[in-house]
Design a protein around this ligand. Structure first.
Ligand code: UDX
Length: 447
């Protein structure tokens, strides 16, 4: 009989995983404790912007005309426990307020709510990003609370999906990592992933701590790579070099690779910043903090980028103060093709300039609603052209395709002063300069 799958937590990760599992042919039940989220998903609507996800969901949600009907939703742990052979736990682990450590309360509460209902054999699979050692503790929690006793087992199966590419990353992962304690658990997970998903993807079998660490190590490496190139951008600025050329040149070395070498305002989002901080916090608890002191530097190089952009903007509007100056900010999300504004460098820069007295107007293709909620005191415009009207400087802080397609000549007519600061090194300098703009980028020579 085909395996039945539940997915607990229906955020970016869970909603995508649930839709992908249904796409692979499994009967899937998605669970979330927020009834409004479940209502939306059950109606085939995705509560965030993620390219391709809503389309995939609508192919499978029961009750939608023409769908496979394989995907349903609930708020009941009892129903989920009765239904599933495999329970994927996909709840988030945000950074704790005012601390480096991550907040495990959603994971803990998901396990505590599910366990007492597990009356039949099941494999519980953690996918959330957690501090190493959590799986061991959660396995004990299941052991002590699941009525089916040893027939309930835990596995750890981290995910590596990127926002904006979540569907593709889930359906075509570049590796599948499973931390298991028994052949049965490994066999079940191979059964789940030995479908078009698993085809061609390396399947790495390991223990709990290694599986947990793979995720934090991968994100730490990516963050380090970005901060490395941003450190080079600082040196380039001091020495008159061009970090874009430098990245291109070192990226040709296959051992280095060209990806994640885009210098600019740095990384943000719900993963990289909080994951490196939680990793440092956990290493400290384990007495291995020295091993990760470099991540402190990675974090501070990254945060320095935001301050540096504020300084470049101040210089562009006269060098002393933002008072009475209009600053247009193109971009609010932490990266393009997402509506996520969590720890967004763009909004952080906008917020700093606003606090220093500048009149900031923000425009973003998809992130306006979330940005307004987070920073209600900033000014917002409905188009890029509206945002730049009367601006003394324009900041390009999220590299949406829409911004690369802007007409510099048209925008020049709208601004007070045609100065653009490219915080993502993504605009074509020649085109902007050719249209009469002063174009400045991060880590590149001034024209
Ligand atoms: C990341 C990891 O890539 C993913 O594998 C993991 O599962 C979750 O965390 P995500 O947060 O969606 O994914 O975004 P990512 O594409 O990694 O970008 C993170 C941040 O780094 C963005 O703010 C992006 O603008 C920035 N970035 C990325 C750079 O500044 N330069 C680069 O070269 C690449």
């Amino acid at each position: 009989m085909a395996l039945k799958i539940t997915v607990i937590g229906t955020g970016y990760l869970g909603a995508t995983h649930a839709a992908a599992m249904a796409e692979l042919g499994f009967e899937v039940l998605g669970l979330d404790v927020v009834p409004e989220k479940i209502e939306m998903l059950a109606a085939g609507k995705v509560p965030m912007y993620e390219p391709g996800l809503e389309e995939l969901l609508r192919l499978h949600v029961a009750g939608i005309e023409g769908s496979s009907g394989r995907l349903r939703f609930t708020t009941s742990y009892e129903e989920a426990a009765d239904f599933g052979d495999i329970h994927f736990v996909c709840v988030n682990t945000p950074q704790k307020h005012g601390e480096y450590a991550c907040d495990m309360s959603y994971v803990d509460s998901a396990f505590a709510s599910l366990a007492p209902h597990l009356k039949r054999p099941a494999l519980v699979v953690g996918k959330s990003t957690v501090p190493v050692g959590s799986a061991e503790r959660l396995a004990r929690l299941l052991e002590e609370n699941a009525p089916a006793g040893p027939d309930v087992e835990l596995a750890w199966n981290p995910e590596f999906l990127r926002e904006g590419f979540a569907v593709d990353d889930t359906l075509h992962p570049d590796r599948i990592v499973v931390g298991v304690r028994s052949e049965r658990a490994e066999k079940l997970l191979r059964e789940v992933y030995t479908t078009p998903v698993g085809e061609g993807s390396p399947f790495v079998v390991t223990d709990f701590p290694t599986a947990e660490l793979v995720k934090t190590a991968a994100n730490s490496f990516l963050a380090t790579k970005i901060s490395f190139i941003n450190a080079m951008a600082e040196v380039c600025e001091a020495a008159g070099g061009d970090v874009v050329k430098l990245a291109e040149a070192i990226g040709h070395d296959e051992r280095i690779g060209a990806k994640f070498l885009r210098a600019g305002v740095g990384f943000g989002g719900g993963c990289l910043p909080k994951d490196i901080r939680a990793f440092m916090a956990r290493a400290g608890e384990l007495g291995a903090d020295q091993a990760l002191t470099f991540l402190r530097e990675v974090d501070s190089i990254n945060m320095r980028r935001r301050g540096h952009m504020v300084e470049l903007a101040r210089e562009a509007v006269g060098g002393t103060s933002f008072l009475g100056k209009r600053v247009a900010v193109l971009g609010a999300t932490f990266k393009p093709d997402s509506d996520d504004v969590r720890d967004s460098p763009a909004l952080n820069v906008a917020g700093q300039i606003h606090l220093q007295g500048g009149q900031v107007t923000v425009y973003d293709p998809k992130g306006m609603e979330n940005a307004r909620r987070l920073f209600p005191t900033l000014g917002y415009a409905d188009t890029a052209l509206e945002a730049v009207r009367g601006a003394d400087v324009v900041l390009h802080l999220t590299e949406w395709l829409e911004f690369r397609r802007l007409d510099p000549a048209e925008l020049k007519e709208a601004v007070a002063s045609p100065i653009i600061l490219d915080g993502r090194n993504a605009l074509d300098a020649g085109t902007w300069r050719g249209a009469g703009w002063t174009y400045r980028a991060m880590g590149r020579p001034r024209a």
